[in-house]
Each structure stands twice: as structure tokens, then as C-alpha cells.
Design a protein around this ligand. Sequence first.
Ligand SMILES: Nc1ncnc2c1ncn2[C@@H]1O[C@H](COP(=O)(O)OP(=O)(O)OP(=O)(O)O)[C@@H](O)[C@H]1O
Ligand SMILES: [Mg+2]
Length: 434
Amino acid sequence: MQHQQVTLILIIDDTPANLDVIYDTLNDAGYEVAIANSGERAFKQMQFQLPDLILLDVMMPVMDGFEVCRRLKTEPSTKEIPVIFMTALSDTESKTKGFDLGAVDYITKPFQEAEVVARIKTHLQLRYLTKNLEQQVTQRTGELVETLQELQSSHMQLIQNEKMSALGNLVAGIAHEINNPIGFVHGNVNHVEGYTKDLLNLMKLYQQRFPQPGEDIEAEIEAIDLEYLQEDLPKLINSTQEGIKRIRNISTSLRTFSRADSEYPTEFNIHEGLDSTILILKHRLKADENRPAIEVVYNYGNIPQVECYAGQLNQVFMNLLANAIDALEESNRGKSFEQVQANPNLITITTELSQDNQSVLIRIKDNGIGMSDEVKDKAFEHLFTTKGVGKGTGLGLAIARQIIVDKHHGSIDINSSYGEGTEFVITIPIRAKL
Ligand SMILES: Nc1ncnc2c1ncn2[C@@H]1O[C@H](COP(=O)(O)OP(=O)(O)OP(=O)(O)O)[C@@H](O)[C@H]1O
Ligand SMILES: [Mg+2]
């Protein structure tokens, strides 16, 4: 046996005098033996120490062996202890009854010493193996449950990544589609500007040379308000050009956001990443019937380009900014438009160089609902969310941490107090550490 402690065998028999032989035999075999002369005493003794195996006499007054066995098998603490019946009866009925009650074996008086020891040894071994097996099963089940959870979360992470890349593709597609028509509108408008200037000049020359062009032309000049037209047309063209410029910027931003991630870190302008992410989230910042627009304050510092995985950093900005908007909306709950207006929703984005000039710091701060200490402790955990089903998967920050800490060897920290707001501080080394 591999038991560390001495194995204890309890004999329950009202005529222990008969048991001298078996007592000695078991002692000689290295077992510790306890004796109880009734079922009641046995249960009392077992409150102090549980035996590893029980030898149980069938014929006893008050509580017979069958009754003792029945009780043993109903008690959670004793039900696993192997019970061997000792019986003078060799009738099959008693034996079957014993087995039915959960006994593992029986021995018939008078005892054959060697046989008794052999049977006890076998059952102890069986018990030991079963116990071991149970432990292994419990352990393996635990491991399997863990693996299953890991699988589930990596599955969700895959979905999230998939969503991001689908969004990236969509955005890239839209940017591409916008780009072509904007290209020719931009080209045409420049020509329109030139032609218009020429025509207006020519018009001026005509007016100087022919100050009295005749009644019909003068009537037409008045009808179309030529003076206003001459003044307004260049302005219209200017503002059209301004509009085109903006659309082109948007399209560039969209492309920045969707930038396919290379396998190696590349130089990236963090500010462009932040701007393009804000652009994608613009629809969530706009005013609606419940609140004015969420204001975004940019405190961009003088920082160099950062060697990084641009697409992944954009994903982090996206997760943090989406969380900030959620937190602001949560803090608006139950407030009127005017109440929110009095204490406006604010997102502040600050960038700066670290003190040792080796990293850039990006702070994304909101004056939303904030986090309790408990939420703060768990915020980065996989699948931790305080948002309703279908609203949050609890992956945003876990992924953000993975990207910043594991992928970029940077850090991401939270400053937050409940009811006041939250600030995330990201540090990324300027030169990628591979
Ligand atoms: N800016 C914030 N202000 C307040 N609480 C926040 C903020 N950002 C995160 N939290 C808290 O941290 C939790 C975890 O955020 P995380 O982004 O990982 O998951 P989520 O937003 O709930 O779900 P999703 O997977 O959709 O991002 C949130 O449920 C929220 O309780
Ligand atoms: Mg989130």
C-alpha cells in the first residue's frame, strides 16, 4: 500500500472474544485495529477517527450488521468506506442482502487467516485506486473546464478581431470608392475656378469697353443681378474647394484607420490614428434629443512617429474611446438635456513625450460614470463587463492590454473614481522592441 499513515481497520462485533485470531493476524500484517462491540459505539468512535475499512458482524443485538451498513452508506462521511461482512451464515440470502446494502465482500467464520488478509488487502487497494481515480477525474474535469473557458474566450477574441478587420475592409472599401469621384471633382473644380476667373475678367473688359450695351442686355444684367453674381461665384467655388478638401481628409483618415497591419512594426503618426478613430466614432459623438454633442478636446503634444502595429493601436483607441462614450452615456442616465449641458460630456485626448524621451504617453480621459475600485481591479480581465447582455462582451480592455503590453512592450493604466470619470494612460516605446 502507498498509504503514508497506518491503515486503520475497524471491527464491529458484539463478541470480540471471538476475534482474537483476526485481531492478531491484522496487527501482524501491519494494520492498526480498532474494535467496537456495537453499532452505536462504532458510530461514536467514527466521530473521532474514520477507519479505512470496516469488518462488520451480521448478528448483533439492538442494531444488526445490516442496519449498521445501511446507516454507514447513508452518511456522506462514511459511505465510501469499504465494508466487509463477517458471517457465520453461509446462506446465500444473507450474502446477497449484504451486497445489496453496499458491502464489498464477506468472509465466513471460522476465518482462514491468509484469506482474510488477502481480501482486506485487495479491498484497501481497490479503495485507494478508486480514490486516486476520482481525484484524477476531478482534476482532469477542472482542466477541461479551464480549457473550454480559454477556447470560448479566444473564440470571442477571434470574433472581435474578425469584426475589426471586417470594419477595416469596409472602411477601406468606402475610402477607395469615395476617392475616385472626389479625384475628378477636385480636378474639375480647379479648372472651373480658372475658367470662371477668365470669364469674369472678360466680362469686366466688355463692361469697360461697352458701358452702354443696349436695353435688352441691360435688362438681362439686372435680371440676373450680375454684380452679385460676379462677387458670389468665386466664393462659391472657394467653399466647394474647401468641402472637397474636407472629404479628401476624411478619405485619408479612413484609409489610415483601415491601414492593413504589416507583420513588422512601421512608423506611425499617433495623432492621425486618434483622429481617424474619432472620425469613425463621430456618429456616436453627435448631439441627440437627450444630450448635446460630446466634446472632444485635443491636447496633442509634440511627439515623434512611433514604430508600431498601426492597425492594432487604432483598435486600442477604438476600444478606449467607445468605452469613454459608454461611460458618458451611463452618467447621463436620468438627466435632462439641460442638466447634461450644464456639465457637458467631455473626452480629453492628451499626447506627450515621456520624461526619458523613450516613449510616448497617450491619455484618454472622460468625465463619465467612473469606476468603483472593484471594477477597476477587474476591468482588464477577460470577459469582465458591467454592461448588459448584447452590449458588452468584456473583451475591449483585455485586448487593449494584450496589444499594448504583450505586443508593444508598453503599459496601460487606469486612474478613475466612481462618479467622477476615468483616465486611461498608455505608454508606448518610440522604437519597437521585437
Ligand atoms: N471609461 C470607462 N469608464 C467607466 N468604466 C469603464 C470605462 N472603460 C471600461 N470600463 C469598465 O470596464 C469594463 C470592461 O471594459 P471592456 O472594454 O473590457 O468591456 P466592455 O466595454 O464591457 O465590453 P466590450 O467587449 O464590448 O468592450 C466595462 O464593462 C466597464 O464597467
Ligand atoms: Mg469596451
